[in-house]
Design a binder for this molecule. Sequence first.
Ligand code: KG4
Ligand code: ZN
Length: 354
Amino acid sequence: MYILGIESSCDESAAAIIKVNAKNNDFQVLSNIIASQIDIHKKYGGVIPEIAAREHVLNILPVINESLVKAQIEAKDLDLLAVTQGPGLITSLITGVETVRSLAYAWHKPLAAINHIKGHIYANFIDSATKIRFPAIVLTVSGGHTILILMEKDNKLKILGKTRDDAAGEAFDKGAKMLGLSYPGGPIIARYAQEYQNQLKKQKINNKKYKAGKITLPRPMIHSKNYDFSFSGLKTALLYQLQKDKNWKDKIPAYCFEYQQAIIDILVNKTIRAAKKYSAKSVMLSGGVSANDELRYQLEQAVKTKFNSVSFFIPRKEYTTDNAAMIAMAAFYKYKDNNLTNYQELKAEASLQL
Ligand code: KG4
Ligand code: ZN
């Protein structure tokens, strides 16, 4: 079967087509088209909802068309349409939802309404559906969400904990802003952190110089007994340190390194603890922040060293930040459960719960 997925929850208008061979759980992404607005929002240091909404209106149909052309199929070949219903910016969500409602009506196709966070989770299933064993612990980290989930079966999710304030991606973005860096902050902080690590490696003799510039930031809630997160204290700690440090501009790589490591330590620690407690057979990472190479590496290493036979999964990089292949993928599991939505009843929901 062929599924068209559509995503417009924030600043990415995306459409993708996946081919599903349900008999052997084989999924092939035929096209994965993304019109990113990052260059537009960069100027403002963050997403401006009004501008995002206008861009979605301009981009959504060309993106859908391109996904069909690239996949070399026609609308009549599609078996299912899928769209992100929420959570996200309501003015962004509306474009995707209303477009798919119209297409479902005009093309006489069934429709699946997808929770954006589930999309991120199922991104892992694109390449690994047959390998994932349950129970699984899933850490979903994005610009809007930080959630630790227990997945008992491929369609049974239980939230173990979430952030009480900022999301991990938001912490990256806000930290970057304080350091005078551009938007989105995650990839930029990651680059500086890598630079710092390279400096440390290269200049072994000169190590002291960097040690002297080493910054120490807190790891809020790292030892709390629950599975919740809090990143606003880390952000404030960074602000206070910058205010005290006259020379912080000369130490941006060191600040980025420590800030990123603080976020990674918290995420890895809680995920490993949940995997132990629930005797997980798999650990999965997903969401925009899972594009972070150090987080990918460090969580994988922690899983490998702490457990003997727990498998670790991460989506390919192109399925980490917002995309529509993950929405089409999540739609397959809704279809399997016979959980489709009538186009007349579909409504975008900014605060849709998992
Ligand atoms: O999943 P996503 O594309 O959108 C939301 O659903 O929010 O995630 C975007 C977030 C941004 O906060 C961005 O800074 C972060 O993912 N991000 C990263 C990296 N690439 C994107 N954070 C850390 N390291 C990265 N390499
Ligand atoms: Zn997302």
